[in-house]
Write a protein that binds this ligand. Sequence first.
Ligand SMILES: [Zn+2]
Length: 370
Amino acid sequence: MEDKEYMQTAIELARQGIGSVEPNPAVGCIIVKDSEIVGRGRHEHFGGPHAEINALSDCRANGIDPAGATMYVTLEPCRHVGKTAPCSEAVIEAQISKVFVAAGDPSEHVAGGGIEQLKRAGIEVQVGLCRKQARLLNAGFFKHAETRRPWVIAKWAQSADGFLAGKTRRWITNEASRRDVHRQRRRCQGILVGVDTVIADDPVLTVRIEGLNWPRQPLRIVLDGSLRISAGANVLDTQQAPTLMVITSGTLQRQAKRIRSLAAAGVEILAVAHDDKGRCDLGQLLDELGRRGIQQLLAEGGRDVLNSFLQQDLVDEVRVYISPEPLASDGTVRISEAMEQAGDKTHLWYAREQDFDGDRCISGMVGEIG
Ligand SMILES: [Zn+2]
């Protein structure tokens, strides 16, 4: 095998962590000695040991001393003392002689420091092998570390003829598609909807997966400039998950009493600037969410919210679930022109088409991964 194939093996290992490791990046690591893979490791879940540590343990469990071996790791080894001991020290101690790093870690507590530490210890380090693939895998992590804003995923479900809602249908797509939405929510730290979606559907907006008691429910974010939400809305029950209501600064004064009672019930309020139509400033909102450490934000609707995000070029990834059936005269809300364009496979980078029991899911990135 060549260096590139080893690194690709490490990337595939890393991929298995998506949905369990966030807000940490998914990382994979391979240790090779005498042209043979002697250790494999990945970051398995948030709070668990890092990939390098797991690969070194695996190597030793296989009865092999990692001294003199080559390591392939998809992200720069950490050097800080966080939840676990820094990997750079473990790599040095194990006397690994050469390290291939796919991508540097731009986080301020690493930012080249891990690589520096390895080099100073006399280890040969090569950075950039399969860099793009590694960055694509953790696109949200890299965007957040580099811009301090979340990676925005626009998600919607539509009928074959482009309707988002119908007069008589509660769900547009099937159960398999809806199960996938819960898997997508799992990798996000925030789920965003407009208040019209809350009024129309009263969603709970939590991660619900059979047999899994998900410990890190994403923050539920409701764009509600003038605070029209009803007091009994599911999303205001903060026993299940935290909730952030986004209002405009004018509403903060006009509805002071209502805001106090929401706050008393554990709902957080964020006031942002608004445009001439009274809509919340999305750029300011993203800055604030990024500051709170939200890396991946799933924007689930409705039409006007998704349209605003798309028109302001704030979307990074698109995920569209399409039912094979048309709604025809039952259809009420049609997708916007911007949504129609964004959901067109030929306009997306790294486009993918999946089948969920007959529903199609088109997904991809809005731009190239740098
Ligand atoms: Zn580490």
